[in-house]
Write a protein that binds this ligand. Structure first.
Ligand code: GLA
Length: 395
């Protein structure tokens, strides 16, 4: 397990972006932006059902160093990609047909232009240690750094929630993922030491303290890569929305837990829709209960809710996979662990455990060993505290 001092991860990534910018012959950047990845503690697949979600920003970061150019060109270099920059003109931004990662920044730039922001040409250098395909919102972090950096470059202020919505739209229009607002909101709005309680019915949010020194969050990346544009995500979302139509409600949030048995009898609901409705309605209830349990520092109760969330995602919503099921089942039974569940969109990616911090090393070692023995894969495991959201500043 990697363990580092607080703040060190972020500083390393920011420093690397500044240095790489210079090494590419671009001199000193004008603006630097940084955004974290996110982990969802509970409230899965309910942002697009008007539910409540409870993510945290994690201690993994994407940094972007930028400098204005005067020829109307954008040139993006990445320490993780080809040596040649991705280049396009700001006056002619087109979606790349082959799922290229440049579609995320392109979508954000087009979104800024639609809001009347005069996006200038610029050189950019990107560095990230948010695992790609790990269910930890590397794409939301990528969107956020471009949004923040360009706004800082041109000196325009934008409400953070509006920026999150703009980034969400970029993901819809340019990456073909019809995601909810959770990821973009988390990487932009999170505050250090807090989980973000986002109510996706009306996009109101508050900060829920999570700063007990004895309890922490452990992320276990299965290293089974997930791809939300493959269709499984859109299919779930579609099924939830069609079920809401049949139930005569705007979103599944409007179905109270007490009305669930009756709702499940609604004529026309397919077997898949019944499972989706059951997941969404019970998950919304679990999220509300988890917020109370965490506030009361009742970790055993919160942990049970996490475990129940995993079972619902596995059996009803069917977005887990054997690797995540194994991780959750194994970690749930280790000493010091209150609960463990898959997190994020699913079909691979990561699990999150709520655990006593003094058991982190032991839990990490045991799950790493068991997972390797079962699947032959090295899981990537790290502890995180809730971090602050995206920032940009003049370098
Ligand atoms: C992905 C999406 C989010 C959310 C989660 C599942 O991360 O981007 O909007 O729907 O899946 O909770």
């Amino acid at each position: 397990m990697q363990s580092m001092l607080e703040g060190e991860q972020k500083d390393i990534v920011v420093q690397s972006a500044i240095e790489a910018f210079g090494e590419a012959g671009l001199g000193r950047p004008e603006v630097v932006a940084v955004a974290p990845g996110r982990v969802n503690v509970i409230g899965e697949h309910i942002d697009y059902n008007g539910g409540l979600v409870l993510p945290a920003a994690i201690d993994r970061w994407t940094a972007l160093a930028v400098k204005r150019r005067f020829d109307g060109k954008v040139a993006i270099r990445s320490m993780h990609g080809d040596a040649d920059p991705i280049e396009f003109s700001v006056n002619d931004i087109r979606k790349s047909p082959n799922r290229c990662w440049s579609n995320y920044p392109k979508g954000v730039l087009v979104g800024l232009q639609a809001k009347g922001v005069e996006v200038p040409g610029f050189d950019a250098m990107l560095v990230s240690n948010v695992p790609v395909g790990g269910g930890l919102s590397s794409s939301a972090a990528l969107e956020a750094v471009f949004g923040k950096a360009v706004l800082e470059l041109v000196g325009v202020e934008m409400d953070p929630l509006d920026l999150a919505r703009l980034c969400q739209k970029a993901e819809h229009d340019f990456a073909d993922v019809p995601c909810g607002l959770m990821d973009q909101a988390a990487v932009i709005l999170c505050e250090e030491g807090h989980l973000l309680l986002l109510d996706c019915q009306d996009d109101t949010f508050s900060q829920a303290r999570f700063d007990d020194p004895d309890w922490g969050l452990l992320i276990i990346n299965s290293c089974v890569s997930h791809e939300l544009s493959d269709g499984g995500y859109a299919a779930r979302r579609d099924m939830c929305h069609r079920a809401a139509d049949l139930l005569g409600v705007g979103t599944l949030r409007e179905v109270p837990l007490a009305a669930l048995p009756q709702a499940l009898e609604t004529p026309g609901l397919s077997e898949g829709m019944v499972r989706c409705v059951r997941h969404a309605v019970t998950e919304i209830d679990r999220t509300l209960k988890a917020v109370d349990a965490l506030e009361a520092r009742n970790y055993s109760e919160a942990g049970k809710l996490l475990n129940a969330s995993h079972a619902s995602l596995r059996d009803d919503f069917k977005v887990s996979c054997p690797e995540l099921d194994f991780i959750a089942a194994t970690v749930q039974n280790l000493p010091g662990v209150a609960g463990c569940r898959m997190t994020g969109g699913g079909f691979g990616g990561s699990a999150i455990a709520l655990l006593r911090r003094d058991s982190t090393a032991e839990v990490s070692a045991r799950i790493a060993e068991a997972y390797k023995a079962e699947f032959g894969i090295e899981a990537k495991i790290f502890e995180t505290r809730p971090m602050g959201g995206a920032q940009a500043w003049k370098a």
